[in-house]
Design a protein. Structure first.
Length: 297
């Protein structure tokens, strides 16, 4: 924002930007756009677009409270109310995410369709020969490449309802046997789940995951009660592979800008020995007719 003398003005607060956004979107709608019968002469309406009363009534919120929102006051807004406003104002997914951000809420959980998965599959395949996998917001496996299948494990071997990073880490005995530093890795993954729940309070998928794992895994139940919080840091995991021996892998985590709910993990050999052993595995995979090249859930 620039003042009249050409100097930058104060940056609007998040609440001020929220009010500005709501006013702008309200001004772009007419009663007929939201199912209201037009009345009077549209040219004589004093308010461009919808009235505040109309938005408040259609969204099921109080007029005074909605007015405070548009005025940029510091008032709390629940996810249910913000989502109701998004529906009333006919916001598209990008606008809906922006509204939630301005309200201090997590972005809505973007589901991936078949076209999205095919695009993500191309991304992990392009990461070859490094193992790569992409998880959904609830840590379910979405796509992975053949290097991940050979070096780590094949997610398709997990039960469909447990095709999930946390389920694999805490309930798959083969994975535990392959990881000499299993406890360190499991605690790190659990801590990331804790952080995800903080970003997405009330997410039913995450709540169900925690409840089910608490019953299935004593370690998960015990460590979850300790409330661990540790954001991802560059780290190395060790995999003891039955065919080629120890492989050390450095972990990289990335999030696609178009859908930051997703998490991509790329595992890169730490040196020439690890790279050579991984290459041996992948060479064997190319000569095996039973190896899955990549996967989608």
């Amino acid at each position: 924002m620039v003042s009249g003398d050409g100097n930058p003005g104060p940056i609007p607060s998040r609440h001020a930007q929220l009010g500005e956004f709501l006013r702008a979107r309200r001004a772009k709608l007419q009663p007929g756009d939201v199912g209201l019968a037009p009345y009077g002469d549209p040219a004589r309406r004093r308010t461009p677009g919808l009235r505040r009363e109309e938005v408040a009534e259609l969204s099921g919120v109080g007029l005074t409270w909605y007015t405070w929102l548009e005025q940029g006051r510091d008032v709390a807004a629940s996810a249910q109310v913000i989502d109701a406003l998004a529906r009333t104002l006919r916001l598209d997914p990008d606008q809906h995410s922006h509204l939630r951000f301005l309200a201090g809420l997590a972005a809505p959980y973007d589901r991936t369709d078949d076209a999205d998965r095919k695009r993500l599959q191309r991304l992990v395949d392009a990461s070859m020969p490094n193992p790569a996998v992409i998880y959904a917001a609830d840590f379910d496996y979405l796509v992975w490449n053949s290097a991940y299948t050979r070096v780590r494990h094949d997610p398709m071997e997990l039960p469909p309802r447990q095709r999930n990073l946390l389920w694999m880490m805490f309930t798959d005995p083969d994975n535990r046997d392959r990881m000499p530093r299993w406890e360190f890795a499991a605690r790190a993954v659990l801590s990331q789940l804790r952080e995800a729940m903080g970003r997405r309070p009330g997410d039913p998928a995450l709540a169900t995951l925690v409840a089910d794992l608490s019953e299935a895994s004593p370690e998960f139940r015990r460590w979850w009660s300790e409330y661990p919080i540790r954001r991802f840091r560059p780290s190395t995991i060790v995999v003891e592979h039955a065919e080629v021996g120890v492989i050390e892998l450095e972990l990289f985590q990335l999030r696609p800008v178009e859908n930051p709910c997703l998490l991509m993990v790329v595992q890169v050999p730490t040196g020439e020995i690890a790279a050579a052993r991984m290459a041996t595995l992948l060479a064997g995979a190319r000569h095996s007719p039973n190896v899955t090249n990549s996967g989608t859930v």
